[in-house]
Write a protein that binds this ligand. Structure first.
Ligand code: ASP
Length: 333
């Protein structure tokens, strides 16, 4: 698709920040010499969005556990595939790490010329969290409930705009499920991440979208956006008044956004092991647990923050999404 090709070309570094510094005299600790310089975690979406938020939550406790420094770098574009492609090409030395989400498992079915293969070009470090999505609209969008929204889009298909973070992003998948459940094709507006998409939703420039609770919780609680439903079987504790899609009459709309850390394939196993152990330490940190709970999510169990559990999940998700996407007949460039 033209838009995603353009996104690829204009992918920019939105933000680079140093999130932790805990070594003395510039030298970092850590057995076997790793890490002895800054580790970069690449986020393939905009700063301030949900993937970025989760990354920044765990970066500091991970850095502390590793006895080193972690820099978070946003490399946006094409539904997360630009940033992932950059990390796939990087040196397998443990100094470049990718935080990605469900998009790692959907991109191969969506992009003809992806340029990387999830199972061949990356080593998995561990799962991080699985985040519910919400269906949210600008405050003054007429439909009051999810049932009203369904009727409204059927009556006004050419008028309604649906924001997402590019082909293969979680918001795009959720929007696809919505369109296939309602049988309506809507005008999609792609962003480099749902951080800026949510800003435009609050500003009234787009009508509605799906996004993780890690991004929408604050705006829902503050009444800045209208929340129709959460896309999980159970309600989300921090948003007790928001019904599930099943309660709201659209049970087909189920998606939650799992996140995981990756390094380029060929990274030494002991380095992957150190990163995985540091991830487990970060996920057990009470401040991280509390921050996540406030935003409607929770860390995965320690057993899932491991390379093997993460790889098994990725394999299962690649198969599942390949079928959904083939059935939907969607393709990017
Ligand atoms: N929530 C976004 C998505 O739709 C990604 C992001 O900005 O974190 O995949």
């Amino acid at each position: 698709m033209g838009t995603s090709s353009r996104s690829r070309m204009i992918a920019t570094l939105a933000a680079v920040s140093l999130v932790a510094a805990c070594s003395e005299g510039g030298e970092a600790g850590g057995g076997g010499g790793y890490p002895d310089r800054n580790i970069t975690i690449v986020v393939p979406f905009s700063a301030g969005g949900p993937t970025d938020t989760v990354t920044r939550m765990i970066a500091e406790p991970m850095a502390k556990a590793l006895g080193g420094k972690i820099v978070v770098k946003n490399v946006e574009g094409a539904g997360g595939t630009v940033g992932a492609g950059e990390v796939a090409q990087d040196k397998p030395d443990g100094y470049t790490v990718l935080m990605h989400h469900i998009g790692m498992s959907t991109a191969p079915a969506l992009y003809k010329n992806l340029g990387y293969q999830p199972l061949e070009d990356f080593a998995t470090v561990g799962l991080v969290t699985e985040v519910p999505m919400t269906v949210v609209a600008r405050k003054d969008f007429p439909p009051a409930t999810l049932t009203d929204l369904t009727a409204y889009v059927k009556a006004n298909p050419a008028k309604v705009t649906l924001a997402n973070a590019g082909i293969g992003a979680a918001s795009h998948l959720c929007g696809l499920l919505f369109q296939s459940a309602t049988g309506v094709k809507l005008q999609e507006v792609p962003y480099q991440g749902t951080g800026p998409a949510l800003t435009d939703l609050v500003g009234g420039q787009v009508d509605f979208m799906c996004d993780q609770t890690t991004n929408t919780s604050g705006q829902i609680s503050a009444g800045k956006v209208k929340a129709y439903a959460v896309t999980t079987p159970e309600r989300v504790k921090s948003l007790p008044d928001v019904p599930t899609t099943t309660e709201a009459g659209l049970p087909q709309l189920q998606v939650s956004v799992w996140h995981g850390l990756y390094v380029p394939a060929g990274t030494p196993p002991d380095v992957v092991g150190k990163l995985s152990t540091a991830l487990q330490t970060a996920l057990a940190d009470q401040a991280v647990i509390d921050q996540m709970a406030k935003l409607g999510t929770a860390p995965v169990a320690a057993a899932d923050a491991t390379p093997d559990a993460h790889r098994a999940h990725l394999e299962e998700q690649l198969t599942a999404w390949a079928k959904v996407i083939a059935d939907a007949g969607v393709q990017a460039s």
